[in-house]
Ligand binder design. Structure first.
Ligand code: ADP
Ligand code: MG
Length: 284
């Protein structure tokens, strides 16, 4: 079968954009599925109280299920919360339950409230190393549509930021704020953090608007923007209601093939090294 290059150490990637509905969750689960189906070990951490990634991965996330909430708030080990995904080998998920919706407030009063996910991930990797177990190749963290403490934990937990951008009006609006937040995290909490990847989602190349937005994103972020774009596809949006990613729901659909290609690009680009400069003329 297909195989993608295996990274020399676990790549921890935070999928973020404080706008809702731009394709964060869809991108997280489908990239994860594409990487896993290509022979890599992948863990998805659902760090959004909405639990949409858990739904798409087909993992249990009813109230009371051990989840990222227990990891963040009760110091539970990540390994005790992860579940195997039913449809895809080598793919695991840490679910988000309704409990997570209160955590932004609960975290405020906890010690080291910004670094709790980072500590859990570092411990997880160290424990596997010590036990001589095979390492996760990728850990992908899905974020809520905000820049609150859950997203801060995800930025401190990750080494790379992956930004999905929807090709619509105001696509770049809010991006300056996102990049400023990432700069702050880098200077205070996580010096290694880097924006490595930008993916254009829900792209309809027949419209001038989508072409314009894509052109603008590529000119601001030539090194980070993936060649692959993700088309708008009904199959992509249907898959979660079957508890699946589009990669198993309809593996030969244009959407599945595009996400597989994006996963290949992610794997073949490696960790990258640049951080995008924030262009002065970019709109706030
Ligand atoms: P976010 O996590 O950023 O809020 P989602 O991944 O949940 O965004 O996507 C928002 C909505 O758009 C969902 O209903 C999802 O199924 C749909 N969607 C995402 N990507 C596509 C696509 N390429 N084609 C069609 N629908 C999509
Ligand atoms: Mg989401």
């Amino acid at each position: 079968g297909r195989t993608f290059p295996r990274p020399s150490k676990t790549r921890v990637i935070t999928v973020a954009n404080q706008k809702g509905g731009v394709g964060k969750t869809t991108t997280t689960v489908n990239l994860a599925a594409g990487l896993a189906m290509s022979g890599l070990n992948v863990l998805v951490i659902d760090n959004d109280p909405q639990g949409n990634a858990s739904t798409a991965l087909g993992i249990e996330h009813r109230a009371g299920t051990p989840s990222v909430y227990e990891v963040l708030v009760e110091d539970e080990l990540l390994v005790n919360t992860m579940q195997e995904c039913p449809h895809i080998e080598n793919l695991w998920g840490v679910p988000a339950t309704i409990d997570l919706s209160g955590s932004e407030i609960e975290l405020v009063s906890l010690v080291s409230r910004e670094t709790r996910l980072r500590k859990a991930i570092d411990r997880f990797i160290a424990d596997r190393e010590a036990a001589g177990e095979s390492q996760m190749d990728y850990v992908l963290i899905d974020c809520p549509p905000s820049l609150g403490l859950l997203t801060v934990n995800a930025f401190v937990g990750g080494r790379e930021v992956f930004i999905p951008i929807q090709c619509e009006y105001y696509a770049l609006e809010g991006l300056s704020q996102l990049l400023k937040t990432i700069d702050l995290i880098r200077s205070h909490l996580n010096p290694d953090l880097r924006v490595s990847s930008i993916l254009l989602t829900m792209y309809d190349g027949r419209t001038n608007l989508a072409q314009q937005v894509a052109g603008e994103v590529r000119s601001h972020f030539p090194a980070e923007t993936f060649r692959t774009t993700i088309p708008r596809s009904v199959r992509i949006s249907e898959a979660p209601s079957y508890g699946q990613t589009v990669m198993t729901y309809d593996a030969t659909s244009t959407g599945a093939l595009a996400y597989l290609e994006a996963a290949r690009e992610l794997a073949e680009r490696g960790q990258g090294s640049s951080s995008p400069r924030r262009p002065a003329q970019m709109q706030e």
